[in-house]
Design a protein around this ligand. Structure first.
Ligand SMILES: Cc1cc2nc3c(=O)[nH]c(=O)nc-3n(C[C@H](O)[C@H](O)[C@H](O)COP(=O)(O)OP(=O)(O)OC[C@H]3O[C@@H](n4cnc5c(N)ncnc54)[C@H](O)[C@@H]3O)c2cc1C
Length: 391
């Protein structure tokens, strides 16, 4: 198969020379685990001690991995990426909130992003995180079937109301909606609500997409079961399929509490579950399914391209989307767009300090996933050299 992701001219067409060099330096720093560790501790300490580090964070990791502080900031990036056929998903990446006011603010922000998506072809999806609209503890308690106190019950009803308000709005405005997945010990309760939302709002087509983290060995069966329920009850089932971002935490908790780890024993097993789950959905597009494949793994993206070819699925079939995160794997995103595939990048935004946990996850991920940072560095270096030689 033609290795389309090696084309760096297409990958970095939107970056000028200075931006290429800045990205190179950033990935060079991130590639050093000790530097990421120190940087993470220093950042957390500085924020707590109220030291003025906002400017430093903003001009380095924030600007590389985020679209801006506000939706308005992001629109410039959205329009620019769309000139090359790459769409955006506005991702309000503020985590760790605990109060009803904060959850209502996140709800309002999500509704706004749905409106922006409605107005722009460049933004085909909206997205939200379950714990952005409700306390983690409540999801956990619900998932364990423990009884709520009276006030917790009221809070939980608010969580359901927020989910429903977002999904109904997306449905009414005809905007596709992704629901992110988080730690397994809160996910059961979220899955149950999302299933109900699909039941309500996916009657005519797939509007609400749940997320399947395929580092969990039970997720293929989960997707298949959800699909069977959908077929029996007459609604569509959409999934964002990813590998999963909380592996270390999952394994640690399972070991600490003495239950079997929900995570695949090996990377190869995760890869196989990813392939099997994504393939199942592709094979069932005509059977009321839709897929958003969120991955930076080149092999997985090539596998999906090949599978689409085998199944005769048009590159721009609206039931199949590829997805990467802003600031990562531009070689995949821009080359997919060049070949007319549907591709959308998550574009995180929010106040600089509130986005720090997201940024730390990105830095750690790029450090821990051997090969990914080196691949980014190789590609940037190739393009810098290519431009020099082309002069
Ligand atoms: C558009 C988009 C949306 C996303 N949404 C979510 C979301 O809602 N929830 C979420 O949790 N994550 C989400 N992610 C992050 C995603 O789950 C991965 O963390 C990230 O994309 C890295 O996986 P990969 O397929 O890109 O790359 P790869 O480098 O191929 O895979 C790395 C991943 O493989 C798994 N893995 C690594 N080592 C092992 C091992 N020894 N044993 C078993 N498994 C292993 C881990 O999941 C690790 O993150 C999203 C990513 C994208 C691109």
């Amino acid at each position: 198969m033609e290795k389309i992701f090696n084309n760096t001219e297409v990958a970095f067409a939107l970056k000028n020379n200075a931006e290429l060099k800045r990205a190179y330096l950033l990935f060079k720093m991130i590639s050093k685990p000790s530097l990421v560790k120190i940087g993470t501790s220093l950042t957390n300490f500085s924020i707590q001690a109220k030291l003025p580090v906002k400017g430093l964070i903003k001009s380095t990791v924030f600007d590389h991995f985020c679209g801006g502080v506000t939706v308005q900031d992001c629109l410039k990036v959205v329009d620019k990426m769309y000139t090359k056929g790459v769409s955006s998903v506005l991702d309000y990446s503020v985590g760790g909130k605990e109060t009803e006011e904060q959850f209502d603010a996140a709800l309002a922000m999500t509704l706004r992003t749905i409106e922006f998506a409605k107005e722009r072809a460049a933004i085909p999806f909206a997205v939200f995180k379950p714990t952005g609209v409700g306390r983690f503890y409540l999801f956990e308690k619900k998932g364990e079937n423990l009884p709520f106190t009276e006030s917790e019950q009221k809070e939980w009803e608010n969580v359901i109301r927020r989910f429903d308000t977002i999904c109904k709005y997306a449905h009414d405005l005809d905007v596709l909606l992704l629901v992110d997945a988080e730690e397994s010990w809160m996910q059961d309760a979220a899955d149950e609500i999302v299933l109900d939302m699909m039941r309500k709002y996916n009657r005519e087509k797939c509007i609400v997409f749940n997320t399947a983290q395929t580092y969990r060995w039970d997720r293929f069966d989960f997707v298949k079961k959800t699909h069977e329920i959908g077929l029996a009850e007459g609604f569509h089932t959409g999934f964002k399929v990813v590998r999963g971002a909380y592996m270390e935490k999952e394994r640690e908790r399972a070991a600490q509490k003495g239950y079997p780890s929900p995570i695949c024993a090996t990377k190869a097993q995760t890869d196989a579950t990813f392939n099997k789950t994504a393939s199942y959905i592709l094979e069932n597009l005509d059977n009321k399914m839709a897929l958003f494949a969120g991955t930076h793994n080149e092999e997985s993206n090539y596998m999906l391209i090949e599978k689409m070819r085998e199944l005769n699925i048009a590159h721009n079939d609206r039931r199949m989307w590829f997805g990467q995160l802003y600031g990562m794997s531009d070689n995949i995103s821009y080359n997919l767009a060049k070949h007319q595939y549907n591709i959308a990048k998550y574009l995180p935004f929010g106040p600089v300090y509130d986005v720090v946990p997201y940024l730390i996850r990105r830095a750690e991920e790029n450090t821990s996933v051997a090969g990914q940072t080196n691949r980014e560095l190789d590609l940037l270096e190739t393009e810098i050299k290519r431009r020099k030689n082309a002069k």
